[in-house]
Design a protein around this ligand. Structure first.
Ligand SMILES: Nc1ncnc2c1ncn2[C@@H]1O[C@H](COP(=O)(O)OP(=O)(O)OP(=O)(O)O)[C@@H](O)[C@H]1O
Ligand SMILES: [Mg+2]
Length: 233
């Protein structure tokens, strides 16, 4: 596979947490390539470093060593402000717990990344309404997060992640908190929107059912992504 297909390439990523306690060596030379419109699942034991890796891949955190290139942009070369701007434009995040802003409605939560990007309000509103319709929430737009079910909250979080048409979505156990029916619904939604929006997804999951429908599954173990990649398709 030539480089032109690579959307995001992480090389030799190392991360150690060193605070007051014993240092924790979490990542120990991770390599991963994500291609345009790709979907990759990352599985691994609790505490193996999946969230740490996802945050680093998405530019929310920095590695101690290693490089992350998104298209032709090297994330480590950016200062914090430039990186925040870059994330807002190019990367969507969905977290295990929705991280919606409690005082704002579903619609306002979805258009927040558009506001931050400085897009015109009419465009923002149209896009947010479209995404909430796509996620099956057209009759919940004016609800605050506390007035939504767990599954609905996660669907709002997915809509919000897609607001600025990112080329990649980083999802950290987005179904971790949902029952079986809502897990399946959210997964189908992600897959459907992924193909409509041509977005790549990195999906962290404990759920082997999810891992089973994605083309590539990586196992994070001993600080590395195991080379025994399970190819499902
Ligand atoms: N800020 C921090 N300071 C010190 N240690 C940390 C910090 N954040 C995470 N860790 C440790 O690093 C390891 C990896 O954490 P991480 O959250 O990436 O794991 P994970 O694979 O996402 O786990 P889970 O499946 O439970 O979400 C854990 O052992 C954790 O205790
Ligand atoms: Mg985690």
């Amino acid at each position: 596979m030539t480089d032109q297909y690579i959307l995001l390439r992480a090389k030799e990523i190392h991360k150690t947490y060193s605070g007051k306690a014993e240092p924790v060596h979490v990542l120990n030379g991770v390599h991963i390539d994500i291609r345009k419109n790709d979907i990759a699942a990352i599985i691994g034991a609790s505490g193996s470093g999946k969230s740490t890796l996802l945050h680093i891949l998405g530019g929310l955190d920095r590695p101690d060593k290693g490089t992350i290139r998104f298209r032709n942009t090297e994330l480590s070369a950016m200062n914090d402000e430039a990186l925040a701007h870059f994330r807002n434009r190019n990367i969507g995040f969905v977290f295990q717990f929705h991280h919606l802003l409690p005082e704002f409605t579903a619609l306002e939560n979805v258009f927040m990344p558009g506001l931050i990007a400085g897009k015109p309000m009419s465009e923002i509103r149209d896009r947010a309404e479209y995404l909430l319709e796509e996620t099956g929430l057209s009759d919940r737009m004016d609800h605050r997060p506390a007035e939504l079910s767990g599954g609905e909250q996660q669907r709002v979080a997915v809509a919000r992640a897609l607001m600025n048409q990112p080329e990649i979505i980083m999802a950290d156990e987005p179904t971790g908190n949902l029952d079986e029916r809502n897990t399946e619904k959210l997964l189908n939604l992600l897959l459907d929107l992924k193909s409509k929006e041509q977005t790549a997804i990195v999906l962290i999951t404990h759920d082997h059912r999810i891992a089973a429908v994605t083309p590539t599954v990586y196992l994070l173990k001993n600080g590395m992504l195991e080379s025994t990649v399970i190819e499902n398709s």
